[in-house]
Design a binder for this molecule. Structure first.
Ligand code: AMP
Length: 419
């Protein structure tokens, strides 16, 4: 038996209904706030991710699915969507008409991480990005969107964590004091941290190794090093969140695993998922559009871990599969043929019906109708073929009426609309 690749997974019926609902609710919400969908490719030139996410990050160093195509060009299965959306924004000059653009996209990402619960090698993200607005007010808007989404999906036990990463003005000072601290705990750090600390000390703050996390507990906070503009923006973020009634937690360790972030960063964390507590993360990346060859454009966005969100919604267990509007129990070849025509006609008109194709007994067909929770059953056998009318049974009241064949489809449709 051929099995799927390690860290990949199937999303089966029963689960898919939850995914569809999450997607429906998310799309409606984003469109309520003026976001437009953008669809980007699953593969890009490796260079795009190496340059934007950063060479010293876990993603670029060890998690990307990168391979030469047949001509030898290096391509990568996208590990995240922001870099591609920026590439698209620059390539198609989407800023030309109006630099302010608001996008969302939904799709699979690929990272070769150690698979475990809540961590896959193909996983899905819902991404939202705003280009062209520098104000921290829109960072607050993004966090608000995430909290509304959780509310609309009935997800509780979530908290918004926020931090600022400063800007190219103030971050160097912070890096210097961070590095000083790191050197005092260097003997407790993993080999990745030791290798990266001089070039990129921020990476040590978000190392996942428990001993490193422990060692960094008393590390200095960037909040104490922010320049005037970053400080004002961070205060705007906090006051806007308070005004919008969004509860938040200050989290000085939140530096996120990608180099392109500046100023506001945030995560939505939950207590429902054990170790993988982040359901969504994002922040401002004011330098990225320029880095990719576009005009100097402020930008901010987030990525929701779709798998994790769907898992929480699924745990709440309120997504039922669609049940048929009617089950057609047909006995004998001629009845099955007529039933098949009705199933197709009903489906064309948006009415879902099921039938049996195996010539099972009436008893076993009625059992299946019950299992599928069909509210009505049409019975069609030799007697009905002779009389030209089928029996329509209401499975709740057990009432039965005869319906002439030429009125049957309409009769079922009327009943399905009454529900
Ligand atoms: P990131 O792009 O790393 O900031 O991740 C954003 C969100 O995507 C995280 O908060 C997770 O919910 C989700 N995520 C990241 N990596 C994985 C993974 N390997 N498997 C499942 N979800 C993930």
């Amino acid at each position: 038996m051929i099995q799927l690749i390690k860290g990949f997974k199937d999303i089966l019926p029963g689960e898919v209904e939850t995914w569809q609902r999450v997607e429906r609710v998310a799309r409606t919400l984003f469109e309520d706030f003026g976001f437009k969908e953008i669809r980007i490719p699953i593969m890009e030139k490796t260079e795009l991710f190496a340059r934007s996410i950063g060479e010293d990050t876990d993603i670029v160093e060890k998690e990307m699915y990168t391979f030469p195509d047949r001509k030898g060009d290096l391509i990568t299965l996208r590990p995240e969507a922001t870099a591609s959306i920026c590439r698209s924004y620059v390539q198609h000059k989407l800023y030309a008409q109006d630099p302010v653009r608001k996008f969302y996209t939904i799709g699979p990402m690929f990272r070769r991480e150690r698979p475990q619960k809540g961590r896959y090698r193909q996983f899905y993200q819902i991404n939202v990005e705003i280009f062209g607005i520098a104000s921290a007010r829109v960072d607050a808007e993004l966090i608000l969107l995430l909290t509304i989404l959780c509310q609309r999906l009935g997800v509780q036990d979530v908290a918004a964590h926020i931090n600022s990463l400063g800007c190219p003005e103030c971050r160097p000072d912070f890096k210097t004091s961070l590095l000083k601290y790191i050197d005092t705990v260097a003997d407790q750090l993993c080999s990745d941290c030791l290798r990266r600390k001089d070039r990129n000390p921020l990476r040590v703050l978000d190392c996942k190794v428990p001993t490193c996390r422990e060692a960094m507990t008393d590390a200095p906070s960037i909040i104490d090093c922010l320049c005037n503009i970053c400080d004002t923006e961070f205060k705007t973020l906090q006051s806007t969140l308070s005004r919008l009634d969004v509860h938040y937690v200050m989290d000085k360790r939140l530096v996120r695993g990608l180099d392109y972030y500046t100023r506001a960063t945030f995560e939505i964390q939950t207590g429902s998922l054990g170790a993988q507590s982040a359901v969504a993360g994002g922040g401002r990346y004011d330098g990225l559009v320029k880095l990719l060859g576009g005009p100097d454009t402020p930008a901010t966005g987030f990525a929701i871990g779709f798998d994790r969100l769907a898992e929480i919604v699924q745990m709440q267990g309120d997504d039922r599969q669609r049940r048929p509007d009617v089950y057609i129990a047909a006995m004998g070849e001629q009845s099955q043929s007529l039933a098949f025509d009705w199933v197709c006609q009903l489906g064309r008109q948006g009415c879902y019906s099921e039938m049996d194709h195996q010539g099972r007994s009436l008893k076993s067909q009625m059992k299946r109708a019950n299992r599928l929770d069909a509210p009505y059953v049409v019975m069609l056998g030799e007697n009905e073929l002779n009389s030209g009318a089928a029996v329509l049974r209401n499975m709740t009241t057990k009432d039965q009426i005869d319906i002439p064949f030429d009125q049957l489809v309409q009769a079922v449709i009327e009943r399905s609309q009454k529900k």
